[in-house]
Design a protein around this ligand. Structure first.
Ligand SMILES: [Zn+2]
Ligand SMILES: [Zn+2]
Length: 305
C-alpha cells in the first residue's frame, strides 16, 4: 500500500518551518518524488525518510520552487551509495533546464535518464524501477509556463478466496501466483484460473497532485474519485483572486470546489504563499465548501489502503 509524505507545503520561497512543495510516494520500499524545490533533501532528513529509496522524480514545471533542489538531492542520493539508474520525468520544455542543473553536480555515481513528457496532452506510463502495479498519468495545467499535474494510481489485486482454493484442493504454493492474476496447471494436470479463486476487481488507489495552475475544469475529471487529492491553495482570501488569476495560481477555495466536484475522498492543500503565515485560519470557511479538506503541514503522512 502506498505511503505518502508531503515533504513541504510552501510555494515560491522556503520558510524556516515550511519547505517547498514536494510529494514522496513509496510503495514496496521504492519511492517516487514529485517536485524538488530548494532544500528538499533536508526535508527528507527532517521527516526520517530514506533518500536511497527514490527511484524516479517527476517535475511539474521549471519554476525554481519546483526544480532547484535537484542538484543537492542527487548529490545526497549519491552519498547514500545509490548506483541504480534514476529517471527524471518532465515536460519537454523543462529538459534543458534539468540538464543544466545536473551539470552543477560535477558527476553522479549513477546514470540519470531524463524522460520528456508531452505538455500538450496527458500521457500514462509505468516507471521501470517501480512496481508494475503503479501507473503515472499527467495532465497539462494552465500556468505561466508549461506545467503538468500528476496522478499515481495503484492497481489493487482482487481479494484471494482461500475457502474456494481449499475446496478445489489447490496446493498452497500456488496461492500467490493465482492471487497475482496468473492461471496455473497443477501437478495433477488440472487447469485453474485465477478468477476461480479471487473475488471481484477492486477500485485502484489514486493520488492526484496539481499545483501552479488556474482551477481549470480538466482537473475535475483528472482527480475523479481520488483517494488523496493534493492541490495548491496559495491564499484563503478572495481579496487575492485577481492577483492569483494574473499569476495563474488558485485560491484554497478553488481547490476545495475542484475536490468536491471530483468527489475526491480527501483534499490536502499545499503551495501556500510565503506571505500566508497561517493557512489554518481558513479551516472553517474551507470546510464549509469541502468537509474533507485538510490544511496540510510539512511532514503530513498517510498510508492509503
Ligand atoms: Zn510554485
Ligand atoms: Zn510555478
Amino acid at each position: 500500500m502506498p505511503d505518502i509524505t508531503l515533504l513541504g507545503t510552501g510555494g515560491m520561497l522556503p520558510l524556516k518551518d515550511r519547505f517547498l512543495t514536494s510529494l514522496y510516494v513509496e510503495h514496496e520500499g521504492k519511492a517516487l518524488l514529485i517536485d524538488c524545490g530548494e532544500g528538499t533533501q533536508v526535508a527528507f532528513a527532517q521527516h526520517g525518510l530514506k533518500l536511497s529509496r527514490v527511484k524516479a522524480i517527476c517535475i511539474t514545471h521549471l519554476h525554481a520552487d519546483h526544480v532547484t533542489g535537484l542538484p543537492g538531492l542527487l548529490l545526497s542520493l549519491g552519498n547514500t551509495g545509490a548506483c541504480e539508474k534514476l529517471r527524471i520525468y518532465c515536460g519537454t520544455s523543462t529538459v534543458m533546464t534539468i540538464k543544466y542543473l545536473l551539470m552543477v553536480t560535477g558527476g553522479l555515481p549513477f546514470d540519470v535518464e531524463i524522460v520528456p513528457l508531452s505538455e500538450k496532452k496527458g500521457t500514462a506510463f509505468q516507471i521501470p524501477a517501480l512496481s508494475p502495479e503503479l501507473t503515472v498519468r499527467t495532465l497539462p495545467l494552465c500556468h505561466r509556463t508549461p506545467c503538468l499535474g500528476y496522478q499515481v494510481e495503484l492497481a489493487k489485486k482482487p481479494v484471494f478466496l482461500p475457502d474456494k482454493a481449499k475446496a478445489l484442493a489447490i496446493p498452497v504454493q500456488f496461492y500467490k501466483t493465482l492471487h497475482a492474476g496468473e492461471d496455473v496447471y497443477l501437478p495433477d494436470g488440472r487447469f485453474i484460473r485465477s478468477a476461480d479463486v479471487t473475488g471481484e476487481q477492486r477500485a485502484p488507489i489514486r493520488i492526484t497532485y496539481t499545483t501552479d495552475t488556474l482551477p481549470i475544469g480538466e482537473i475535475i475529471d483528472f482527480a475523479k474519485d481520488s483517494d488523496l487529492f493534493i492541490c495548491e491553495g496559495m491564499w484563503g482570501t478572495e481579496e487575492k483572486r485577481e492577483s492569483m488569476e494574473q499569476k495563474r495560481h488558485m485560491l484554497m477555495q478553488d481547490a476545495c470546489r475542484l475536490a468536491v466536484r471530483a468527489q475526491a475522498k480527501r483534499l490536502w492543500l499545499t503551495h501556500y504563499s510565503p506571505a500566508e503565515k497561517e493557512p489554518a485560519q481558513y479551516a472553517g470557511l474551507l470546510q464549509s465548501i469541502c468537509p474533507d479538506v485538510h490544511i496540510s503541514q510539512d511532514g503530513d503522512h498517510i498510508t492509503l489502503k
